[in-house]
Design a binder for this molecule. Structure first.
Ligand code: ZN
Ligand code: ZN
Length: 368
């Protein structure tokens, strides 16, 4: 079977911008130099594009992990066109297919099982047209959003206006149009493109399978640093309705912080989080599985495996008890006499659970 036809418009955009960023940007830096205004503009434009994709296209529209005010949706719609990654509607449709059929080479539009190159950029260079291409039946909810449809119907115009207009305006304000077109225009686009593409490629190849091994998605702190927090991709694929990707306070997830900040400013609401018991159980299950696999290679490890299994079951039971009491406490009315009793019970179970998780973690790491 012959390969699908090449998409020359996409190829030209990727190749030309990449070569300009590789050759003309360093040349300009050496012969002319860039000043702080130009560098700060570059960083802000990368942030504008990046956040519009991660907080907007991804966590708001593709996964509906929170609700956002029209003002912020408009901000994302403009930033998404500036990021030149197709319309919200198209991007979200592709992304929902990616989640539903992850790693299925025939359906997942950027299946990581087809290799790094394909999942990174190759899928956009030829007319692969997966079965679902331009079938927007999986984004009917988004078609009710006026901002989404306005951006979709005017995408080309908005993409050209932002990609030329924003750098031109910055250049006119500052008095150096060429430097601005090179930095805020081209270098910004190349960085913003490849950083997002890493989520489809590297985040499915490099890192830990902390919560599930049913798909190729990985958790990777370094990638999170480069991708506005999207590097905790293993967590994201199992708990896709969570507005966070990095769930610990020390996880680098600026998208989560941005959404939280927007909620303090009343620009975002209904931030969804996964119940903690589900997270603990998924992680413990993977730890058990990985430890069993390692122990299976050793001689006479049957007793240890049995002990590990028992410890795991006890932990899962403890998690269930803890969350049962937590639920009862939340539902108990403020003045009920049993509330104090429940509250004490809850505090005790919480302390015990923390100690058990610590103990379980040291047990599994001793077999790692
Ligand atoms: Zn996703
Ligand atoms: Zn993915």
């Amino acid at each position: 079977m012959s390969k699908p036809r090449l998409l020359w418009i996409n190829i030209s955009i990727f190749v030309i911008t990449f070569l300009v960023a590789l050759v003309f940007v360093p040349y300009r830096a050496v012969t002319h130099g860039f000043d702080s205004f130009e560098i700060v503009s570059l960083i802000l434009c990368i942030g504008f594009c990046g956040m519009s994709i991660t907080a907007g296209y991804h966590r708001l529209w593709s996964h509906r992990t929170y609700k956002a005010h029209a003002f912020i949706r408009f901000f994302y719609a403009i930033g998404g066109a500036f990021a030149l990654q197709n319309s919200i509607l198209h991007w979200s449709s592709d992304h929902r297919v990616h989640h539903k059929h992850v790693d299925n080479n025939d359906i997942d539009p950027y299946s990581a099982k087809r290799g790094f190159w394909f999942s990174h950029i190759g899928w956009m260079l030829r007319d692969y047209k997966p079965k679902t291409y331009n079938d927007y039946s999986n984004v009917r909810d988004l078609q009710k959003d006026k901002i989404v449809m306005w951006q979709h119907n005017n995408y080309l115009l908005l993409a050209i206006a932002t990609n030329f207009g924003i750098p031109l305006i910055l250049g006119l304000i500052h008095g150096d149009i060429i430097s601005s077109l090179l930095l805020a225009g081209v270098l910004r686009l190349v960085i913003s493109h490849h950083v997002t593409f890493f989520i489809n490629s590297l985040a499915h190849i490099w890192g830990k399978q902390t919560y599930t091994d049913k798909n190729t998605a990985r958790d990777n702190g370094i990638l999170a640093f480069l991708t506005f927090g999207e590097g905790y991709h293993n967590f994201h694929h199992i708990f896709e309705n969570d507005y966070r990707n990095g769930i610990q306070w020390w996880h680098f997830d600026p998208t989560k912080w941005f959404i939280r900040l927007a909620s303090y400013l009343k620009l975002a609401s209904d931030l969804k989080v996964t119940p903690e018991d589900k997270i603990i159980k998924a992680k413990a299950m993977m730890q058990l599985k990985q430890s069993r696999e390692k122990l299976a290679l050793k001689h006479n490890a049957e007793l240890i495996i049995e002990q590990l299994q028992r410890e795991y079951e006890a932990l899962v039971q403890q998690v269930s008890n803890y969350y049962e009491v937590k639920k009862q406490l939340i539902n108990a009315c403020e003045s009920s006499p049993e509330r104090l009793n429940l509250s004490n019970q809850y505090q005790q179970l919480k302390r015990n659970l923390r100690a058990s998780i610590k103990q379980w973690n040291s047990l599994v790491t001793s077999y790692a």
